[in-house]
Design a protein around this ligand. Structure first.
Ligand code: NAD
Length: 303
């Protein structure tokens, strides 16, 4: 495979993992990070991941931290932004990417839920701009949603899908630019109902998590919801929906329980409590359990 130059804008949780995925496949990766501490740490952070995962740490040498857009994008074949989830910031970053990147470079956003059309609205040439929605941790989770807007050229989508497949990812084509694309729409439909169950006193947060992990969650990695519907029969699925759908939560805004938690400073593991309370040992155990599950050889990307 020809080595390409990949520009990554933002070396946070996602940006450094996306950089790792490309570097492990042999590409040169230039990572723009304005925070000097993060910028200085990015190569070691990736090297640490590689060592921890038993992979070739030499891939970290293909990652070059940068302080300017020129360094990161001027010679790039592909530029992916992964800056904080703020539409105005992302628009500004995209304009800078367009101004600096070569005319043939593909430009992509890793937004979780902002429509790509909104982000690329000010661009002169929108045909090469798209979404690439990676999942955390991006170097371990294979799927990437490649989001096409009405302006994105089919050839640009095909080129991005081919590149992602060549680095061991599983790209899927999202043909309409909806908020949340496919995965986050599905995930947050589930989270909305989960929060409603707790808010309505049906059960506590521990019970919601126990039900998901101990029942249908066990199947989800090997059996998608529509495969499952076919497995049990569309007739049974219809009968369940006739009984159930009218009763599910349909709130169009975040639930009061979620707003109350945030207002009270219960922000989750980072403050020691969210829906549940978290000792440092419980946090470490949860992170280790997740890493062990995602890091199994069959779940790995390239390398
Ligand atoms: N965290 C997740 O699980 C996840 C999953 C999928 C997608 N995303 C999306 O990925 C994007 C990044 O999320 P994250 O969790 O990595 O955030 P993060 O806060 O960990 O990282 C963002 C990085 O961007 C840098 N940054 C800020 N302004 C910048 C600028 N103008 N130019 C270059 N870099 C800049 C920050 O210093 C920071 O290092 C968001 O759009 C988020 O919604 C996140």
């Amino acid at each position: 495979m020809t080595s390409r130059r990949i520009g990554i804008i933002g070396a946070g949780l996602m940006g450094h993992g996306i950089a790792q995925a490309f570097a492990e496949a042999g590409h040169r990766v230039d990572v723009l990070e304005p925070d000097p501490v993060r910028r200085a740490a990015v190569t070691d952070r990736i090297r640490g991941n590689l060592v921890q995962q038993g992979r070739d740490a030499a891939a970290a040498d293909r990652v070059h931290p940068c302080a300017t857009m020129e360094e990161a994008a001027a010679e790039a074949d592909v530029v992916i932004e992964s800056v904080p989830e703020d539409p105005d910031l992302k628009r500004r970053v995209f304009l800078a990417m367009e101004a600096v990147a070569p005319p043939g470079a593909l430009l992509a956003s890793n937004t979780s839920a902002i429509p790509i059309t909104r982000i690329i609205e000010p661009l002169r040439n929108k045909t090469r701009a798209m979404g690439t929605h990676w999942w955390n941790p991006p170097h371990l989770i294979p799927l990437v949603e490649v989001v096409q807007t009405p302006d994105t050229a089919d050839e640009a989508i095909a080129a991005m899908m081919a590149l992602l497949a060549s680095v061991g990812k599983t790209p899927v084509h999202v043909r309409k630019d909806l908020p949340g694309f496919i995965g986050n729409r599905l995930q947050h439909a589930l989270w909305r109902e989960a929060i409603a169950l707790v808010q309505n006193g049906v059960c506590d947060a521990e019970t919601v998590d126990a039900v998901v992990k101990g029942s249908f969650g066990r199947r989800l990695a090997v059996l998608g919801p529509l495969e499952n519907a076919d497995l049990v029969g569309t007739d049974l699925t219809l009968a369940v929906h006739e009984q159930l759908l009218a009763d599910l939560d349909r709130s169009a805004a975040p639930q009061p329980l979620l707003r109350d938690l945030v207002a009270a400073g219960r922000l989750g593991m980072k403050t020691g409590a969210g829906f549940r309370t978290w000792t440092p040992a419980q946090q470490a155990e949860t992170r280790e359990r997740l890493a062990a599950h995602l890091g199994r050889p069959e779940d790995r990307g390239p390398g």
